[in-house]
Design a protein around this ligand. Structure first.
Ligand code: NAI
Length: 296
């Protein structure tokens, strides 16, 4: 199947870390983009953060100012969900919660045309389960970007039981056109990368719980001696502990509560304390003055 033409509008629902990044990727590829978030001002803030990131590239001489202006002008923050109705592809990147995502998908089905592709950036929730209550589950597909979406090449294109193969092929071809490296995955718990990554997080958290070493030591060890790009603690601080904890719970429950996927009390406590990571200035590390260091 051919990729979606760049004239076709893309809608991104949820203007957090992932939604903003996905909006940037689609706008970079020339699409008009609607960006919607239920939080007032969040879509505008998402667009402003994209402009801020890209301004650095302009300042470094890596991008022309008119190209930045044109890209930003293609992103239209919209306050009412109904305003995304004309999009050919809607990508949801809202909170990792089955019921909330189901509610949104049901609203989108009512608003959008029969041919609109509905894609979800879920990290772990079954595409089959998300589609189960939909009128047109064949139009639903996983389109799972990685963080940060503008930089990470991989996109998992995830087929639920009802997903139409041609819909998945269109999304695969579109992701390729956007400069990504899409791979097909089936709707197994955590798909591919999040499944493989679970033991990395879980064992790292267990080492801290057993007081084997502190997070900063373990991160440095994995980075400097293990050649990992990031250790588990800086990586989960980047992902967001609310998101990572929800994903762990989702994989744990989907896998019949197999103890291999047991969530961590340490991470649960971080979420309870509201220490969500980089996104709000404090996780395993403090980011308040922009300086990465172990949290007090
Ligand atoms: P986030 O917390 O940064 O952003 C979520 C946004 O969705 C918030 O701005 C929130 O106001 C908005 N939202 C929540 N419910 C909504 C609704 N019903 N309608 C409209 N907007 C709504 O979360 P993040 O990290 O961007 O994650 C979003 C999704 O992407 C989740 O499904 C997550 O599992 C997935 N994901 C996250 C990755 C990460 O590293 N953080 C990586 C890949 C996927």
């Amino acid at each position: 199947m051919p990729a979606l033409d760049s004239q076709i509008a893309i809608a991104v629902i949820g203007a957090g870390a992932m939604g903003s990044g996905i909006a940037q990727v689609a706008a970079q590829a020339g699409h008009p983009v609607f960006l919607h978030d239920q939080r007032e001002g969040a879509a505008e803030a998402g667009r402003a953060s994209i402009a801020k990131q890209l301004q650095r590239r302009v300042d470094q001489g890596k991008m022309e100012q008119p190209a930045l202006d044109a890209l930003i002008n293609r992103i239209q923050p919209v306050s009412a969900l109904a305003e995304v109705a004309s999009a050919g592809l809607v990508i949801e990147a809202i909170v990792e919660n089955l019921d909330i995502k189901r509610g949104l998908l049901s609203n989108l089905e009512d608003l959008c045309g029969d041919d609109t592709i509905l894609a979800t950036n879920t990290s772990s929730i079954s595409i089959t389960a998300l589609g189960a209550q939909m009128k047109r589950p064949q139009r639903l597909v996983g389109m799972h970007f990685f963080n940060p979406a503008p930089l990470m090449a991989l996109v998992e294109v995830v087929l639920g039981l009802a997903t139409d193969k041609t819909v998945a092929e269109t999304v695969h071809a579109t992701a390729s056109n956007w400069g990504k490296k899409p791979v097909y995955a089936t709707s197994t718990p955590g798909f591919i990368v999040n499944r493989v990554a679970r033991p990395f997080y879980a064992e790292s958290l267990r080492l801290v719980q057993e007081q084997a070493a502190d997070p900063a030591t373990l991160d440095a060890l994995m980075r400097e001696a293990g050649n990992f790009r990031m250790g588990a603690f800086e990586l989960t601080d980047l992902i967001g502990h609310d998101v990572n904890y929800a994903v762990t719970n989702s994989v744990f429950n989907a896998y019949f509560q197999d103890s291999r996927f047991l969530p961590s009390l340490i991470q649960q406590e971080l979420v309870e304390a509201g220490r969500l990571g980089r996104k709000n200035g404090q996780g395993f590390y403090s980011y308040r003055d922009g300086d990465e260091r172990p949290a007090p």
